[in-house]
Design a protein around this ligand. Structure first.
Ligand code: FEO
Length: 394
């Protein structure tokens, strides 16, 4: 069975839906699956395929091309060498050996390194270069660091369609070709941004500015539905990538015998009563994608941890390490927690957040069960956070 969908006459979605995938990069949860989009573009003289899907979708891609009676491909455009967009390349080249592979110089190198194409094969697609297809053309736009160094976009000026690979995409398997309910797409797109794009915020901003100069009617990413009203996703990206943060605290904690939980309860309520929104995560049972997307906007992160094996709890260290790698625009950070007889919990958490450009607020660490002094310190921390957040828009 094949599934292809026409975007414009002679331009088809021919990718693979992956309804059942539940984890990406062995890290990011995919509650709604994902898609590996691939696009067939037929000109009067040349036929092109953009992106080669994940290896698991290669059979589907081949069936889709056969269903459209595609007998030859002149070019296969690899916009990004990561295997979820290039895993089907070997199959494609076996079926269409005459096709030339076009990609950035870095993509071509990576394809060889990944064993997906022989070294020295392929042609470099340089920034700004165009290839005529007959009646329409493809223009290549170098877009490094969203999120690999090799990425490029492809633009059809005659159709005002921009193919953006991972950029502006979402992990969402959907029966809709276009985002039909933008509210449904917003959260998957934000989680996708958080997990994939957020560490590269300055590159995101740069590429958004470049896209603004193009006349775009359709954004065609390589994951998730297409956008025929590009304003929503572009505005959302502008917001997420901006320097603005919200009056929110991500409170991520783990507790062994209840002391740290009591402190998290107290601090959470103290913050809410001071008008600060709280996104709370029990690190023994949470969705990593939710935590990541909460970090997109929050002004402050507070990690709560007991002391175990003379240090921070591994689940707290994991969350701190993740936040550190995702590099949110968070401005403030603090630590709350407890200890019985000592340890280096504070140093470990602080070190784990060392890549964040945050101001560390005084931690609150209780010996055993939190007592009056500890609650007073939590009130001071809540006062400080509320006061700092009040100044955010000044
Ligand atoms: Fe969807 Fe960077 O691969």
């Amino acid at each position: 069975m094949a599934l292809t969908r026409e975007i414009r006459p002679g331009i088809f979605w021919v990718g693979a839906l992956d309804w059942d995938r539940r984890l990406f990069d062995a890290l990011l949860p995919l509650p709604q699956g994902t898609s590996y989009n691939s696009y067939l573009i037929q000109g009067e003289e040349k036929t092109v395929l953009i992106d080669a899907v994940d290896e698991t979708g290669a059979d589907v891609l081949m069936d889709n091309l056969r269903s459209l009676a595609v007998e030859s491909l002149d070019y296969i455009i690899v916009q990004h060498a990561e295997q979820d967009h290039s895993g089907g390349l070997k199959r494609l080249l076996a079926e269409y050996p005459q096709a030339s592979v076009l990609g950035s110089a870095r993509s071509l190198e990576l394809l060889a390194e990944f064993g997906l194409m022989d070294a020295g094969k392929g042609q470099e697609a340089k920034d700004g270069e165009s290839i005529p297809l007959g009646g329409r053309s493809l223009q290549f736009i170098s877009a490094p660091w969203v999120h690999w160094p090799d990425t490029m976009f492809t633009y059809i000026p005659e159709e005002h369609i921009l193919f953006t690979c991972d950029f502006l995409g979402s992990h969402l398997a959907s029966s809709h070709l276009f985002a039909s309910d933008e509210a449904d797409l917003y959260l998957p797109a934000k989680k996708y941004y958080a997990g994939i794009m957020m560490p590269f915020r300055s590159s995101v901003k740069r590429h958004l500015e470049r896209i603004e100069k193009l006349d775009v009617d359709i954004i065609a990413p390589s994951h998730g539905p297409l956008q025929d009203r590009p304003g929503l996703i572009l505005d959302a990206y502008r917001d997420w990538a901006s320097d603005r943060v919200k009056n929110e605290v991500v409170l991520a904690y783990v507790s062994m015998h209840g002391s740290t939980r009591i402190m998290a309860d107290y601090l959470g309520e103290a913050l809410i009563s001071r008008g600060v929104a709280v996104r709370r995560f029990d690190l023994t049972d949470y969705d990593l994608g939710d935590l990541a997307q909460s970090l997109v906007d929050a002004a402050t992160i507070v990690i709560g941890t007991p002391t175990i094996l003379a240090g921070a709890h591994p689940l707290a260290l994991y969350a701190a390490t993740l936040a550190n790698a995702l590099r949110p625009k968070t401005r403030y950070a603090s630590v709350i927690g407890s200890f019985g007889w000592g340890g280096k919990m504070l140093e470990q958490i602080t070190e784990s957040l060392s890549s964040l450009k945050v101001e560390f607020l005084d931690p609150v660490v209780a010996r055993g069960r939190p007592k009056e002094d500890d609650f007073a310190a939590l009130d001071r921390l809540a006062d400080e956070i509320a006061a700092l957040h009040q100044k955010l828009d000044e």
